[in-house]
Design a protein around this ligand. Sequence first.
Ligand code: FAD
Length: 399
Amino acid sequence: MDFNLNEEQQQYLETVRRFVEREISPRVLSLEREHVFPFDIIKKAWELGIMNLSIPEDIKGYRIDAIASALIIKELSFGDSGISTSAMCNDLANIVIAMHGNDEQQKMFLSPFVDAPLLASFCLTEPGAGSDNSAMTSVIRKGQDGRYVLNGGKSFITNASYASQFTVFCKVGKPTSPFIACVVIPSLQIEPETADVTSQNSREITLPSGGRVTTGKPEDKLGQRLSNTATVTFEDVVIDDAQIIGDRRLGFQYITEVLDYARPMVAAIGVGLAKRALDVTLAYTKERRQFGERICDMPVARETLVEMWKKYELADMALMKAAFMIETGAPDQGKYASLAKNLAAEAAIFCATEGLHLHGGYGFMAEYEISKLLRDAQIIDIYEGTREVQSMIIGRELI
Ligand SMILES: Cc1cc2nc3c(=O)[nH]c(=O)nc-3n(C[C@H](O)[C@H](O)[C@H](O)COP(=O)(O)OP(=O)(O)OC[C@H]3O[C@@H](n4cnc5c(N)ncnc54)[C@H](O)[C@@H]3O)c2cc1C
């Protein structure tokens, strides 16, 4: 295994670093306070070519490897993990189309994201089906005209209020069916220039092909407030065969594949956040003096800084290994993806918590970024499979 980055990977790293420095860091606290959806930043990320990492080369015109993808998401998350969650969600929604869609479906459902800065949603979780997604009850049933109709409700859906396309997992025939299908629902295209980025409203979309999609009011969240999250309800949505991806009985396998691909990306979010928490804490403790010396020079405080660095470095190594396993198509990549996600969540929460502690009372003030990082970090241990779910996956593979 070569730890050196190739020229292309290095270029991506530097490009995203500059982007974060110029476009995200100066605005992040005010955008967060005002609860504005940063669609203009997402548009600029799209213009730079650092979104839609999973779209195949023959549609996008270039390929971004798994290691470069991890670096891009990590650096973007150093700027803000909510923005990277929204940006990366396109891949969560689109990778299944790239993996199992036929040529026509890939062109139809992936090209719009190459042509314009659009957002997609990945609709898996339901109110009664979180960690256990096989308990989902959203369902497609065949109507009398032979066409499928989708009904059901999804919860906690990233980008829902701004999504131009929904990738939806649902049962086939009846809610208790063992078969899960993956369907794609293109909707009204929402572009950054015309989107209402301060909207707190629900939206109702009547689809020309039949049926209705309703997104709920944006959720008021503890952290990652720069990503959008809302419920999505599908009512009598007509689904043509061309909207069903792959085999309509193999959705459960596809979910596993998507999450194996995406978990290192969530790990990258955690590692980026952990690094940010470490950096802002180093800067603060080098500046702040008590008892006549800098906080960072006090042995106990320095020990905490060292522990923060160790957690961050270990998580970063696990992330790079997981990305490497994906890039080389290793059969046991899922285990490493889960390991990276667990270590990254732990590093993010540890660095943000201890970092806040080293800021003293100032860390508890909203104007200090560390307080935002502490709020943002919590979700990394939860979405795309909680810590316990990752351990279940690792345990299954070990035994
Ligand atoms: C901000 C945000 C964005 C999200 N984005 C998306 C999205 O875009 N698309 C999407 O589909 N979903 C999304 N989710 C949903 C997310 O993936 C789920 O919240 C997550 O998988 C956990 O499901 P749950 O919330 O129902 O928790 P539950 O499954 O109810 O879990 C509650 C607790 O029980 C524990 N637990 C559950 N089962 C076991 C077990 N067998 N053994 C031990 N412990 C267990 C869990 O670890 C957890 O601690 C998002 C969530 C949030 C908050």
